[in-house]
Design a binder for this molecule. Structure first.
Ligand code: DGY
Length: 421
């Protein structure tokens, strides 16, 4: 096993080096040719296992995309590439470097803390420079994505879980009459049955055009944007991120009062995402007040947020028994489960990492270890794929993927010390 693991460790580092564009890392060559927000935060976690300076550079480059209102966009278009749709001209934002107009799950503060704790002495100056930017990004979430302590997304892409079934109902009503023709590039890289469908993309584009039309005005999108859904994933991830940011504030001797207020507010918001009808945390369409009725891998991020909810252990036990490899991104017993299609069923190593971090923190070591073993088995069997079929473990999406290599190095590999995982 060790020989195999060592070989995979070497491969993982090679993948990260291969996707390294100097100051930022692309998720994978071809399919995603720019810097993506949470992909980069995961890359920093991976780099921190073998090149701590490079880990800081990754985070610092991410924040060169930050807007003056505090938002860290989900894509930063550092260099021109015609290989991706929708590119910078479609988003029509005015930032330099060009960016998209929405954000992505804010794992940056949590992973900044992890990178910092690798070597607090050498990391202190980096941390001091990043802290106000992280704080501004969390303030942006609280000002523009907060509905009563629940964190909402204005676009499924913002959740990072693009075509998850929890968006289906809210997406159905989006007007696509003005979308017109466009050419997707993703289908030239990945088998269409592993990607979102055209019906999804039409709606993804309708929301992008609505944002562009109002010049990405947050107040306008909050009031009238086509999509506004409270997401357990975002809510739990931001709650954890605030706890980690507070720990960093303490290290720097900064006042943590504002952050404490956010923590209290989101803890109250979490309660509103509990859907008794499915016995799980669920997405909630704030325009209609309707739950999505969807048990997803994001429902289980409660532990990552520091909430030890034993009701979710019951759901966890049921879901992990339903597929060979865990954690499927959508409930395998649901009619909407599709084992190969992106966020409608496949296992994602990055989500397993977050789930296991939370489970371990909350004293559920056996469940955390099950996820680590499954992730290691999937990567050993199928390589560093973007995601995996939970039934037979086959690879899906892009290959040689940065974040899969990163979480192998930081958490899944049997050769590493796992005290931080
Ligand atoms: C894509 O293009 O598939 C991305 O997930 C959007 O960020």
């Amino acid at each position: 096993m060790n020989v195999v693991s060592n070989t995979l460790d070497t491969q993982a580092r090679e993948i990260m080096r291969g996707n390294d564009r100097g100051t930022y890392t692309v998720p994978t060559d071809g399919l995603y040719p720019y810097q993506w927000n949470w992909d980069s935060a995961f890359a920093a976690l991976g780099f921190a296992t073998f090149d701590l300076d490079r880990a800081w550079v990754e985070l610092e480059t991410l924040f060169t995309g930050q807007w003056s209102n505090g938002m860290v966009p989900h894509i930063i278009f550092h260099e021109a590439s015609d290989g991706y749709f929708p590119g910078p001209d479609v988003w029509g934002t005015t930032h330099t470097p060009p960016t998209s107009g929405i954000s992505q799950p804010p794992v940056a503060a949590s992973f900044t803390r992890a990178v910092f704790e690798k070597n607090p002495e050498s990391g202190r100056a980096h941390l001091a420079a990043l802290f106000p930017k992280l704080l501004a990004s969390h303030r942006w979430f609280f000002e523009h994505r907060n509905e009563d302590g629940m964190i909402v997304v204005n676009h499924p892409w913002e959740s990072g879980r693009d075509n998850a079934p929890e968006w289906d109902e809210a997406m159905e009503n989006i007007d696509i009459s003005r979308v017109g023709d466009y050419k997707r590039n993703d289908l030239g890289h990945v088998d269409p049955h592993m990607r979102p469908q055209k019906t999804d993309y039409d709606r993804f584009m309708a929301i992008v055009y609505a944002g562009r039309d109002c010049e990405w005005d947050e107040a306008e999108m909050t009031a009238n944007g086509p999509f506004r859904v409270a997401d357990p994933g975002m809510t739990f991830i931001l709650l954890r991120a605030n706890r980690d940011l507070l720990a960093l504030a303490d290290v720097l001797g900064e006042d943590g009062g504002e952050i404490r207020g956010w923590i209290t507010a989101i803890e109250a918001g979490v309660e509103k995402l509990w859907n008794p009808a499915i016995g799980a945390y669920d997405a909630l369409n704030v325009r209609t007040g309707e739950f999505a009725g969807s048990v997803s891998s994001a429902s289980f991020l409660c532990w990552y947020a520091g909430i030890d909810d034993h009701r979710m252990l019951t759901a966890f036990d049921r879901v992990i028994k339903a597929t060979t490899f865990s954690m499927p991104s959508h409930d395998p017993e649901s009619a909407r489960f599709e084992p190969f299609r992106y966020w409608r069923g496949p296992v994602w190593g990055i989500i397993n990492t977050l789930l296991a971090m939370g489970l371990k923190d909350m004293g559920h070591a056996a469940q955390a270890e099950k996820l680590r073993e499954d992730t290691a088995a999937l990567i050993s069997k199928s390589g560093f794929a973007e995601y995996f079929n939970p039934q037979d473990g086959s690879p899906a999406g892009g290959m040689d993927f940065t974040w899969t290599a990163a979480i192998w190095l930081a958490w899944a590999s049997p050769t590493i010390k796992t005290e931080g995982s």
